[in-house]
Design a protein around this ligand. Structure first.
Ligand SMILES: Cc1ncc(COP(=O)(O)O)c(C=O)c1O
Length: 496
């Protein structure tokens, strides 16, 4: 193939010049949501600190080929991992003081891996329990369900109060049985940004002799700074006696590039069952604290550089900017007729719903997108209404003043457009179809009817709009899962 006929194939017949390859990547990136600029309220965490991306990229490059498989071969990586765990521990109630617990931890690839490992450690600490179970609030992150699924642990969902969006300690206690190996709670939850009553829940778990994991993946790096700024942050870390493990993602509010989370345990003994070791083969003895075996030093070095560059003063400043942005966005929601905050913001999330039947949230999301604001629609669940989620980071602060007028404008446009009207046969299908009856052919037909790109156009093109969200919203969770698995399957097709 000649260069001018290049179709973006990953393996061209003849290799291409570096500059051209980079241009291709940049061209592909143009179709993405904007990772910088404070207008994307999910997926990305942007502090808008000049030079930080370049610093992290340089640190990443310096360690990209270092292998975390063996900490004795690459002491640089061990040193950086231990420093990251130390920083997270000190921030979250561990440390070196005489009364501080002897916290240990591991660096993982992300929040999901941290949660899977917290569940694995709890499961393997109780070999006496044949059919282990975990008690998890319904508002906790879906990664707990994934952990339960992967590890063959049963998931006992704990209901939350529909107003406070928190589980009560009594509800957690009711979910604990003789086979419960772990209780979980969130600080804060992703969907609503609400901090669970960690002290009460940990006390109940402690009383039952069960581990208690605090999922602080999302906000564990922000809540301590907000507290220092004088915000009323309830106890949620190792200062709470019954808390046995905490996860905190550095690729979220520590503003490190993707691929870094920290899982902390109160004591080395609690961490021990997290490890996997295997010597019963002719190769090297494999000893893995985390799921991956070979893993790049890149994300770890990038996180190390990010933390050292920003420092405590930097994070405090960024938390103050984020807090102000949250307040400004929440005011914009309060000032827009027909919208209501689902929860009063207490961390870095603004989450709102519609109180006006003529104001369809999914249409509003599309109208906001058309105005350059990328928000995250959340489908209705049990007795919780559909909502719009905004993950707020420091980069949003300079944009806040523009959001209010655009929100009002988008709401007016959404009202004028009216709610999504699904074709009657689609609504009936969504309500009656069972996940098992959903064939790939049916989904392909549905995708075509909804104007979603399928395998035919190669590049996919799944852009869920209000119609898709309305359809998903009409479907029960099990059908939503199947529909989206099939849609993603349509997208993930090789290009030749
Ligand atoms: C509270 C919470 N836990 C866990 C996760 C999963 O993290 P990751 O996407 O890094 O696997 C998230 C992600 O948003 C989260 O908000």
């Amino acid at each position: 193939m000649r260069d001018d006929e290049d179709t973006g194939r990953a393996l061209p017949e003849r290799g291409l010049p570096a500059e051209q390859v980079l241009d291709d990547v940049r061209a592909l990136r143009k179709g993405d949501r904007p990772t910088h600029g404070g207008r994307l309220f999910a997926y990305v965490y942007d502090p808008a600190v000049p030079g930080l991306d370049e610093l992290a990229a340089a640190a990443h490059a310096s360690s990209a080929h270092v292998n975390g498989l063996d900490p004795t071969a690459f002491p640089s990586l061990l040193a950086m991992e231990n420093a990251l765990v130390g920083a997270a521990s000190r921030l979250l109630g561990g440390g070196t003081g005489t009364s501080a617990p002897d916290v240990v931890g591991s660096v993982t690839s992300g929040g999901t891996e941290s949660l899977i490992l917290a569940v694995k450690a709890a499961r393997d600490a109780r070999p006496d329990v044949a059919a282990p179970r975990i008690a998890v609030p319904v508002t906790a992150h879906a990664a707990f369900a994934k952990a339960a699924h992967y590890l063959r642990v049963a998931l006992d969902p704990v209901p939350v109060d529909p107003v406070t969006l928190r589980p009560s300690a009594a509800a957690v206690a009711a979910a604990i049985g003789p086979d419960t190996v772990l209780v979980a709670c969130s600080a804060p939850s992703y969907a609503h940004g609400v901090v669970d009553p960690v002290a009460d829940i940990a006390a109940v778990a402690d009383e039952a002799g069960v581990r208690c994991h605090v999922d602080a993946c999302f906000g564990g790096w922000t809540l301590p700074w907000l507290r220092r700024l004088g915000e009323p942050v309830p106890p949620f870390d190792f200062a709470v006696a019954g808390v046995t493990s905490i996860s905190v993602d550095l690729h979220k509010y520590a503003y490190a590039p993707k691929g870094v989370s920290v899982l902390l345990h109160r004591t080395p003994a609690l961490r021990a069952p997290q490890f996997f070791a295997y010597a019963d083969w002719p190769g090297y003895t494999m000893v893995n604290p985390v799921i991956a075996s070979t893993r790049s030093g890149g994300p770890i070095a990038a996180a190390y550089a990010t933390l050292r560059h920003l420092g405590e003063d930097g994070y405090l400043r960024l938390a103050a900017a984020t807090r102000d942005a949250v307040a400004g966005l929440a005011d914009a929601v309060r000032g827009t007729g027909g919208l209501r905050l689902l929860a009063e913001p207490e961390s870095t999330v603004v989450c709102f719903t519609s109180t006006d039947p003529t104001l369809d949230l999914f249409v509003l999301v599309d109208e906001l997108t058309a105005r350059g604001w990328h928000t995250q629609p959340q489908l209705s669940y049990a007795d919780l209404p559909a909502s719009v989620h905004l993950t707020v980071t420091a980069a949003v602060a300079p944009r806040v003043a523009e959001f209010g007028p655009d929100l009002a404008d988008a709401a007016a446009a959404a009202r004028a457009a009216g709610p999504v009207k699904l074709p009657a046969e689609l609504t009936a299908l969504a309500a009656t179809l069972t996940p098992d009856a959903l064939t790939p052919e049916l989904v392909a037909g549905l995708a075509a009817a909804l104007g979603l790109g399928g395998p035919a156009d190669g590049a996919g093109g799944f852009a869920p709009d209000a119609t898709v969200n309305a359809l998903l919203d009409a479907a029960p969770p099990a059908l939503r899962e199947r529909l989206l698995v099939e849609f993603v399957g349509l997208l993930q097709r090789p290009t030749y």
